[in-house]
Design a protein around this ligand. Structure first.
Ligand SMILES: Cc1cc2nc3c(=O)[nH]c(=O)nc-3n(C[C@H](O)[C@H](O)[C@H](O)COP(=O)(O)O)c2cc1C
Length: 192
């Protein structure tokens, strides 16, 4: 228990410098097999995960990143595009089969679909960070990129939309700066 909390939270940091240590494709499957179990509203699971591993795909990704993220992503063995499937509701007849009306509602109400997609795909990206850490990987989340350029490059038909990126690998702890401050319970929480 203490080890798990340490891996996922106490020692978990956002990494930008990576050791030259590969990440096996099978480990990416194990990460997803945990992520898929975490909760989403109406079991919608709207996130899609594009694991960028090849030099060719990495070069396409790097062109869309902000300057401060290029070195961080180029040395990472894997960078995941956490994307949102704008047509996630097409799976609802299976994923939420006990209430068929839900699929109809999400297919016809654009505001509901937009809010559901962004909320739950973002949650799933967060779950991915914790799942990857639990399996011994380090993460480097990034939102500094040109979303329009990335969407054009990787999702030209418009169905998927980029949300954020997560580099995965084994980070160099020696390159970390000290932890930045966190809000206290009193600053961030209320018990009513
Ligand atoms: C959604 C998201 C986007 C982020 N975007 C960037 C980014 O573009 N570039 C970067 O260097 N760090 C980025 N970060 C990392 C944060 O700055 C970092 O998590 C925060 O400062 C806390 O650092 P720590 O996790 O090491 O304690 C991002 C983190 C998240 C969760």
């Amino acid at each position: 228990m203490a080890d798990a909390l340490d891996l996922m939270f106490s020692s978990g940091r956002s990494h930008g410098v990576w050791l030259d240590k590969p990440v096996a494709p099978d480990l990416l499957r194990r990460v997803y097999d945990l992520v898929k179990l975490a909760p989403t509203s109406v079991n919608s699971q709207p996130a899609r995960f594009i694991f960028i591993t090849s030099p060719e795909a990495k070069a396409r990704l790097l062109r869309t990143l902000s300057d401060n993220n290029i070195a961080k992503a180029s040395a990472a063995p894997v960078t995941v595009i956490v994307a949102t499937d704008t047509r996630y509701h097409e799976y609802l007849p299976t994923l939420f089969h006990h209430r068929p009306q839900v699929a109809v509602d999400h297919g016809s109400d654009q505001a509901l679909a937009r809010e559901t997609a962004i909320r739950n795909a973002t949650l799933q990206g967060g779950y991915m960070i914790l799942a990857a850490r639990a399996l011994g990987l380090d993460c480097g989340p990034m939102s500094g990129f040109d979303a329009d350029a990335l969407n054009t490059e990787f999702f030209p038909d418009g169905r998927l939309r980029s949300n954020f990126l997560i580099s995965l690998g084994h980070g160099d702890r020696n390159a970390l700066f000290p932890r930045l401050p966190r809000l206290t319970f009193e600053q961030a929480c209320q018990i009513l």
